[in-house]
Design a protein around this ligand. Structure first.
Ligand code: URA
Length: 224
């Protein structure tokens, strides 16, 4: 199947936020959206085995937002994104960027844990992505870092391998999402921390990607 000329949104959800909100209001809007639409979601089969939905957390008006794949066992147990082993590496990556988890926003493409930590299916990601679009329309980050292949390919509506997409900024939203009304921003794909735990040699490339993000955001790159 080829890439569609547009990606469907979810007509059951409220329209995307069209304005820049102050942080306190953005936090309220996100919390309300989570409790009204995400916490009780049964739109796909992933709800059947979840303990908690994992909405995402952090700065409600960040310069930088990280988007991963989906919750693992620890995240499902606690309802918080990226707190297991991969999350601990992500915390160190954020610290290497001279930032803290509270300064950025951290979330996932799918809000429920795929059984056995399998990769979410295309269908599950397309069903859940409209939640993320609404989060991003409130957050309005200057840069989105997409962690790994599923997040990158879903957000860019691309089938290209992560090895070809990473290392350069892309425009977000891509043309097929233009009709959704998302605010324009930059997206940097990089390797998922779980992949980096298995393939530490790829950390150099991931750090190069994050340094590009730091330069874009005007952050001083520490000497190592
Ligand atoms: N992997 C992800 O993609 N997200 C999490 O929240 C945890 C692990």
């Amino acid at each position: 199947m080829g890439t569609p000329s547009f990606l469907p949104d979810d007509p059951d959800l409220p329209p995307l936020c069209q304005e820049e909100l102050p942080a306190s209001k953005a936090a309220d809007v996100l919390a309300q959206f989570n409790s009204d639409f995400v916490q009780g979601c049964t739109k796909c089969r992933l709800h059947e085995h979840r303990t908690h939905t994992v909405f995402g957390q952090g700065n409600p008006r960040p310069d930088l937002a990280f988007v991963g794949e989906g919750p693992g066992a620890d995240e499902d147990a606690q309802g918080v994104a990226f707190i297991g082993r991969a999350g601990q590496l992500l915390t160190r990556m954020i610290a290497a960027m001279t930032l803290t988890r509270d300064q950025v926003y951290i979330c996932n493409i799918v809000k429920c844990r795929p059984p056995g930590n399998r990769t979410p299916t295309e269908d599950e990601m397309q069903t859940c992505a409209p939640f993320l679009y609404r989060q991003l329309a409130v957050l309005r980050p200057k840069v989105i870092v997409a962690l790994g292949r599923p997040a990158t390919q879903t957000l860019l509506a691309s089938k290209m391998p992560i090895s070809k997409l990473r290392g350069q900024f892309h425009d977000f939203p891509p043309p097929v999402l233009a009709q959704a009304g998302l605010p324009a921003t930059k997206l940097m794909p990089t390797f998922h921390p779980a992949y980096l735990l298995r393939n530490p040699a790829a950390k150099t490339d991931a750090w190069d990607d994050l340094k590009q993000v730091m330069s874009f955001l005007g952050l001083k790159i520490p000497e190592r």
